[in-house]
Write a protein of this length. Structure first.
Length: 289
């Protein structure tokens, strides 16, 4: 476990929603995906502020990057695709090329983005996607090929022949987070036995998400967040890594959580944008390994 030092608030004691495993096969519901049963579980979430450089995509499955954007609003979806996607592609290329243990990417493909808005009491929802409090990974390893086929079209078959690929989530606050922070779990602290693969049926395709069972004992899963994360504190985390080498984090459980350091209603509603990128490599590991 990474030691946290020189931070104003070292940790938050709260509860997060794990999967309440019914012990029977899960069947996808037609139409809107079914919400899975949850169980609120006490956890300690540690603040990385001041030691964020200790966490990398290659070791824990997530990484914080200081990077300012020329954008302060992301409401124009076409502008985001046209100008913000290339901005992030340059950043991601630089990060992957300089992260010890990772090979240089051969190509990066920005797929899609989602804006999330915390609901404001008494107001109509500003967007369709609010913070997700259930611990999850967006897609399973098996679902990754379907993701490539949907978003990369005719290029998918050739690209999926590459020795290694990843789906990486690029998560940025639109303004400083003072409510409903995003927590990420050290991928190496979550054994595969804690994963539950859930079929999901959308109107036009079927996929598979990943729910997470509560840990077998308190503290087994190591959770982290960045206190008062700003728009310049960009979080990268793995959704999928095709490489199953020893000690390699392949998926990063994550969720929003209620900060018990706040009074009810305190803090501004959270706004964030997340962009998902498919990254391909011509090598499995770096020549430097």
């Amino acid at each position: 476990m990474v030691a946290l030092q020189n931070v104003q608030r070292e940790e938050v004691h709260t509860k997060i929603d794990y999967f309440d495993d019914p012990g029977v096969p899960l069947v996808p519901m037609p139409g809107k995906p079914k919400r899975q049963p949850k169980i609120a579980t006490p956890v300690t979430i540690r603040n990385v502020r001041g030691c964020e450089d200790s966490f990398t995509l290659d070791k824990q499955g997530f990484q914080y990057v200081k990077r300012k954007s020329k954008f302060t609003s992301f409401d124009d979806a076409e502008l985001v695709k046209r100008e913000h996607y290339p901005e992030l592609e340059v950043m991601l290329q630089e990060v992957l090329e300089t992260t010890k243990g990772l090979p240089k990417p051969s190509s990066i493909h920005m797929m899609t983005h989602i804006q999330r808005y915390s609901p404001v009491e008494g107001e109509a929802p500003k967007g369709p996607a609010g913070p997700l409090y259930g611990v999850h990974v967006d897609q399973s390893f098996a679902a990754a090929e379907g993701v490539a086929q949907r978003w990369l079209g005719d290029r998918a078959a050739e690209l999926l022949q590459k020795p290694r690929y990843m789906i990486i989530n690029i998560w940025r606050p639109v303004r400083t987070i003072t409510r409903d922070p995003l927590a990420v779990c050290d991928a190496q602290s979550v054994p595969d036995s804690d994963l539950v693969f859930v079929p999901v049926q959308f109107p036009d395709h079927r996929t598979e998400a990943v729910e997470i069972r509560p840990p077998s004992h308190a503290g087994a899963h190591r959770w982290y967040f960045m206190d008062r994360q700003t728009p310049e504190d960009v979080l990268l985390f793995k959704q999928v890594d095709s490489y199953a080498g020893p000690g390699v984090p392949r998926r990063t459980p994550h969720c929003a959580f209620k900060d018990t350091g706040l009074e009810e209603g305190e803090g501004e509603p959270r706004q964030s944008i997340e962009i998902r990128a498919f990254v391909f490599f011509d090598q499995v590991i770096s020549d430097e390994n």
